[in-house]
Design a binder for this molecule. Structure first.
Ligand code: ADP
Ligand code: MG
Length: 534
């Protein structure tokens, strides 16, 4: 007999919420939702444990939406999250769930002008989602009032504890009326969480997704062995071989992230860095590019990527094996989100087998070993791709004008040569020989010396390293802390670049930039020599 699928309709939900869920494309509750929602609807305190990507947001978002009174203009549910991104995501999801019940969430986080938040808070939202510090700030200013709060959610509680937010969280909980429902969600249950639960929760029910469900079966997990010194090249080969739609590459440290981005770019692979040292603006920009599908590869630290819900991630690549097996579960949770297929790839050095075994023990799954693709494999694969694309074009039969050109060439040249030249042109572009060489470029564009008040620098890096003007501006601005818009003329040649900066910043730029690593190269920066051109 076939077991009937559990649907959201089997849970006691309002028509409005069912309608919203169906429009969100949620067909059936995930295991944690199945377990948590009925218990939460009954008003119980909950400790929910499930890995990332299992649908915890709706597990608390649905009961909240059902239980707050949308006619009452006061904060009735408080959701605390570790990061600003997560606060925004949770608020967005609740806005969707609450669409027809007219339940409105307000995200509150650091980095946003406080007076704007104060004005928003006066508008009477029923649900406030925020980071602990900023919520506490509003509480202390009296701009956030919690006396009508009847539900509190601590989302990614283990993460918040790791980030040192415990005092802030306790500060908030103390201000919430004691007649309240607390829901705590966490991927892991370290002692600190248990203590928090004991102190602030009222006979909480545990809802967890059993270990068997721990690893999403849709994720294919493999590992490659590669010595430390060849890891970047190994990674590039993997990227070439795999059909990566969008991938997140994890490194252990922020430094590691930056270095890998540079090393990848030097090899012609473009990736965005995501880590805690970026300004909020930079992070938002990186996330938006990735979400919009404008960048394919994100290189991130664990902390920066934790809890982010990014759809369509096809690959998670552990460039560094995580130190802590639990992080592995977090990391691979970024792909194969509810019902989608994903691939998790881990690179390990021969010394790291022990860590791999620890991970396998935790997830109770063997991670399959694969051999690194050889260069021959890759070129075969690329040739295959090229052939496929050509066949598509031929079959598409829209060759129009191009056929006429080929016809003319064939009167004089061999057909294989004509086709091969066309391919070469398509793949490699106009050949390098046709470009002006460096010297000629300089003569052509003139080395007229710097503009008044500016000093001109010479850098031994250029188009060959795929340098673009925006790269130069970013590096100078980041390294020397001067604003990008006061940087003057930039001329990029094949092997070198001239850039002008205001005189007063010249020595600062020189000392910050000289011998710095750019795109995997140590770059020399020096004042440009005036050419004695009459
Ligand atoms: P978690 O908080 O456990 O990491 P999220 O709540 O961020 O997971 O959910 C991950 C993704 O799965 C989100 O895009 C969410 O909209 C989607 N999702 C959640 N529940 C369901 C469901 N029942 N059916 C389909 N998609 C779902
Ligand atoms: Mg979550």
């Amino acid at each position: 007999m076939v077991e009937r699928l559990q649907t959201f309709g089997d849970i006691q939900l309002s028509k409005q919420v069912l309608q919203a869920l169906s429009e969100m494309g949620f067909e059936e509750p995930s295991p944690i939702q199945n377990a948590a929602i009925p218990v939460a609807l009954d008003g119980n305190d909950i400790i929910g444990q499930a890995q990332t990507g299992t649908g915890k947001t709706a597990a608390f978002g649905i009961p909240i939406t059902e239980r707050v009174n949308s006619k009452f203009q006061a904060v009735q549910a408080l959701i605390v999250t570790p990061t600003r991104e997560l606060a925004i995501q949770v608020a967005e999801e609740i806005a969707k769930i609450g669409r027809y019940k007219h339940v409105k969430p307000l995200p509150i986080y650091g980095g946003q002008p406080i007076d704007r938040q104060i004005r928003a808070l006066r508008m009477g939202y029923q649900v406030v989602v925020g980071t602990p510090g900023r919520l506490l700030d509003h509480l202390n200013r009296g701009t956030l009032r919690l006396q009508h709060v009847k539900m509190v959610v601590l989302d990614e509680a283990d993460e918040m504890l790791d980030m040192g937010f415990i005092d802030d969280i306790e500060g908030l909980l103390k201000e919430v009326p004691s007649e309240r429902q607390v829901m705590l969600f966490s991927a892991t249950m370290p002692p600190g969480i248990r203590k928090l639960a004991q102190t602030y929760m009222n006979s909480p029910r545990s809802v967890s997704v059993s270990r068997d469900d721990l690893t999403v079966p849709m994720i294919d997990q493999i590992f490659y062995e590669a010595r430390e010194s060849i890891k970047v090249d190994a990674l590039c080969r993997i990227i070439d071989m795999e059909d990566i739609g969008q991938g997140i590459i994890f490194c252990r440290t922020k430094r590691g992230v930056d270095e890998l981005v540079v090393a990848l770019e030097a090899r012609g692979y473009f990736a965005d860095a995501l880590h805690g040292d970026l300004s909020q603006l930079q992070r938002d920009r990186v996330m938006k590019r990735f979400r919009d599908g404008k960048s394919e590869l994100l290189v991130a630290t664990d902390v920066a990527a934790r809890g982010l819900d990014i759809n369509n991630v096809t690959h998670v690549i552990n460039f560094d094996i995580p130190q802590d097996p639990v992080s592995y579960v977090h990391r691979i949770g970024r792909t194969g989100r509810v019902g989608r297929k994903g691939q998790a790839i881990t690179l390990i050095s021969p010394k790291e087998y022990r860590q791999l075994r620890l991970i396998e023990n935790l997830i109770r799954t063997r991670i399959r070993r694969k051999e690194l693709p050889s260069l021959a494999d890759i070129s075969e694969r690329q040739a295959e791709n090229l052939k496929n694309q050509l066949v598509k074009l031929i079959q598409g039969d829209r060759l129009g004008n191009y056929r006429a050109i080929v016809g003319e060439l064939l009167e004089e040249y061999d057909s294989t040569d004509v086709a091969a030249a066309a391919l070469k042109f398509a793949v490699e572009g106009a050949s390098a020989e046709e470009r002006m060489d460096d010297l000629e470029q300089e003569l052509h564009f003139g080395n007229t010396g710097a503009a008044t008040g500016m000093v001109r620098f010479f850098m031994n890096i250029g188009r060959v390293q795929q340098i673009r003007p925006q790269d130069i501006i970013r590096w100078i601005a980041d390294e020397s802390g001067i604003s990008g818009n006061i940087i003057g003329m930039i001329n990029i040649y094949d092997k070198f670049t001239f850039v002008e900066v205001p005189e007063e910043y010249a020595s600062r730029v020189l000392s910050c930039m000289h011998q710095n690593m750019i795109k995997g190269r140590r770059v020399s920066v020096e004042p440009a020599k005036a050419r004695d051109n009459n």
